[in-house]
Design a protein around this ligand. Structure first.
Ligand code: FEO
Ligand code: CA
Ligand code: CA
Ligand code: CA
Length: 649
């Protein structure tokens, strides 16, 4: 979600995030940089697989012995020009075609898209709003036919409805029951079957797989927090069923073809005040309520006074089986409750499943989950409840370039009844507080985490944090007023993702490298088009090449639109970025994913035309339709090479 603040409603979404809610004093180390000079020596005894520069001082530095090894091929496409206008741009020799737009029908019988006359009933049968994460599930192993899954994170209501502002939720009667129904039905996710015909991707009408999941879809609550007293509501005395998923931002696909979709800024949907609430401190630790949506006017469950526990039932990773259209989505509580951005994952060497996830808010933490059981690639059904048993960890990044995964296990360390954690459900529902108690490192807004399956390294997008002051910098978050973010590399010890120990490095500090005050560290081979700010989503392709999608570049921040940048991670070109794709004004770039044969990249263009006073009636762009009366439409774009070759080569 975009929180860059160039919208006309600075008191709404922006405030919800800006406030921050982490009061802990973890890792406020002002002298860390000074202490880092000895880091290289300390690392000598560890099994780091890459060159490790002195993070925070010179990310381009490479040790001589590893510079020769370059396990990933370099990018070969012709870079596009950075800039900003009303359209999308792909490199020379590539086609970028809109595949599906907000409001497109999922079935032949679905209602047509009628801008200005939306209904919830119609939205529930159409592609939802603000597509973020994308996943591709091949059908029969094909790269020409498969299921596209898409998250629908939130709505830009000033672009959705005529005469409405984002913050009209606070003006009685302005955002009506009918509008709220539209909002709720355009949240969630979509599954659509798509096929490549005569070189163009299209949606397969009436596929039995086509499905909408909304803020009202019934879901199961599974794992250690299922049945917990803090999950009890009037509608669900058994504490095992919840209606809907909300603010699904990024996610991940499992190797057995299920979709992990992440509930992020769930605070936005809850209404009322935490002051005087029985769970006041707990709610405040999650910025609940934030009063950004007025769903509570018509649905009591979103009012924290009327349904005190409902918010505990959101903020989870949801697992959905796109191959079984009748399956019920499952909230996997073993993975913890926070503002999950994504669910980058890897099958560990011993077969256990590991999921990395960032908590996207200023000063929040990085987590990983390690399953108890092992992935069975021969028997898909055997993995069904794999994510219900395992250990959740939170990361501490130490100044010597090593790190520790600290277990969020009831009874271990400070997570005891004496400290208010009565059971594992408490630890998971209040994961942020557990992380505080464990001394986790407060990060610069952890967004997506992506595991490079070739090298085993995990990349953490730290999008920005303009609230970090000089006295709060640490080795892993080395810049005060970090406007442009950085990318952090986690290298598991011995390549084993289940171990507690790791090393880490900073791949790049983002921003304009021509401005010394910014302190950006792109490789000097990077052109003026090649640098970027605000990394958000990431995709490591089958060749181990890393693609970054950004959120927050704009005329005001970096003078360029958001988009995709390819970045080298190994060898002497490490830290060199190249601009691959860019979105229209007001949009953020999400979701990059490729077909297994790497000949198509799907990207999600989220909230085109948002911000800067742009409205339904006077939008800054009408991409992609450019028709009078039709507002900009969040859409998925398929990018292919005209010669059919591998993307980016
Ligand atoms: Fe929805 Fe963290 O972006
Ligand atoms: Ca995001
Ligand atoms: Ca973001
Ligand atoms: Ca990703």
């Amino acid at each position: 979600m975009k929180f860059s603040g160039d919208a006309i409603e600075p008191q709404t979404m922006e405030e919800a995030d800006d406030a921050g809610s982490n009061p802990s004093a973890n890792a406020h180390i002002g002298d860390i940089i000074d202490a880092m000079v000895s880091r290289r020596g300390l690392l000598a005894g560890l099994s780091a697989v890459s060159a490790v520069a002195v993070a925070g001082i010179d990310v381009a530095a490479q040790s001589a012995d590893s510079a020769a090894a370059d396990p990933t091929p370099n990018f070969g496409f012709k870079e596009i020009a950075a800039g900003i206008d009303e359209r999308i741009h792909a490199p020379e020799g590539y086609d970028a075609d809109v595949l599906i737009r907000w409001g497109d029908k999922l079935h032949t019988a679905s209602p047509e898209f009628t801008p200005g006359k939306l209904t919830g009933a119609a939205q529930a049968q159409q592609f939802g709003y603000n597509n973020d994460f994308l996943g591709f599930v091949p059908l029969d192993g094909s790269s020409q036919r498969g299921l596209l899954v898409a998250n629908h994170e939130y709505v830009s209501r000033e672009l959705m409805f005529s005469g409405v502002r984002q913050d009209d939720v606070r003006r009685a009667g302005r955002v009506t029951r009918e509008m709220v129904e539209v909002e709720m039905m355009s949240h969630g996710g979509s599954v659509v079957e798509i096929a490549l015909t005569n070189g163009k991707w299209g949606v397969v009408a009436d596929s039995r797989f086509n499905r909408r999941i909304t803020a009202e879809t019934e879901m199961e609550i599974a794992g250690p927090a299922a049945g917990h007293p803090s999950m009890k509501t009037k509608a669900d005395p058994a504490r095992r069923r919840v209606r809907g998923m909300i603010n699904n931002c990024a996610g991940g696909m499992t190797p057995w073809g299920t979709w992990l979709t992440c509930e992020e800024n769930i605070n936005l949907y809850f209404w009322g005040t935490a002051n005087g609430h029985p769970a006041e401190n707990h709610l405040k630790r999650y910025n609940i309520p934030s009063n950004w949506a007025n769903w509570a006017e018509f649905h009591d469950r979103f009012d924290v006074a009327k349904e005190p526990n409902e918010s505990n039932r959101f903020g989870w990773i949801v697992e959905i089986d796109p191959l079984d259209p009748a399956s019920m989505p499952v909230k996997r509580t073993a993975l913890g409750r926070f503002k999950h951005e994504g669910a980058g994952n890897v099958v560990n060497g011993d077969g256990r499943f590991v999921v990395y996830s960032g908590d996207d808010e200023r000063f929040e933490y990085v987590y990983k989950f390690v399953s108890d059981g092992r992935v069975d690639m021969q028997n898909r059904a055997a993995n069904r409840d794999l994510l219900d048993k395992g250990t959740l960890y939170v990361a501490r990044f130490d100044k010597d370039g090593t790190g520790q995964w600290l277990p969020l296990v009831h009874g271990v360390g400070p997570l005891t009844t004496a400290n208010g954690f009565n059971n594992q459900g408490d630890v998971l529902i209040r994961a942020r507080s557990a992380g505080d108690a464990l001394g986790a490192t407060r990060m610069d807004r952890p967004e997506d985490i992506e595991v490079n399956q070739r090298t085993g390294k995990a990349y953490v997008m730290l999008t920005n944090n303009d609230r970090r002051t000089a006295d709060l910098i640490d080795a892993a978050n080395p810049r005060a007023v970090n406007r442009y973010g950085h990318i952090l590399e986690i290298i598991p010890e011995s390549g084993d993702h289940s171990l507690s120990r790791f090393t880490w490095d900073i791949l790049v500090r983002c921003g304009d490298p021509r401005l010394p005050a910014v302190g950006a560290t792109f490789n000097s081979a990077t052109t003026t088009n090649g640098w970027f700010g605000m990394p958000d989503n990431a995709f490591a392709d089958a060749d181990g090449r890393l693609w970054i999608a950004t959120d927050g570049n704009s005329q005001r921040t970096t003078g360029r639109a958001d988009g995709i940048w390819a970045i080298e991670t190994e060898g002497k070109s490490r830290g060199t970025a190249k601009h691959f794709f860019r979105v229209p004004v007001g949009a953020e770039m999400c979701g990059p994913v490729m077909t297994p044969d790497m000949t198509t990249m799907f990207v999600a263009v989220q909230h085109p035309g948002e911000g800067g006073g742009s409205t339904f009636d006077y939008p800054s762009t009408r991409w992609p339709d450019f028709l009078a009366g039709v507002p900009p439409r969040p859409s998925v774009v398929a990018i292919k090479r005209r010669d059919g070759g591998k993307i980016g080569s």
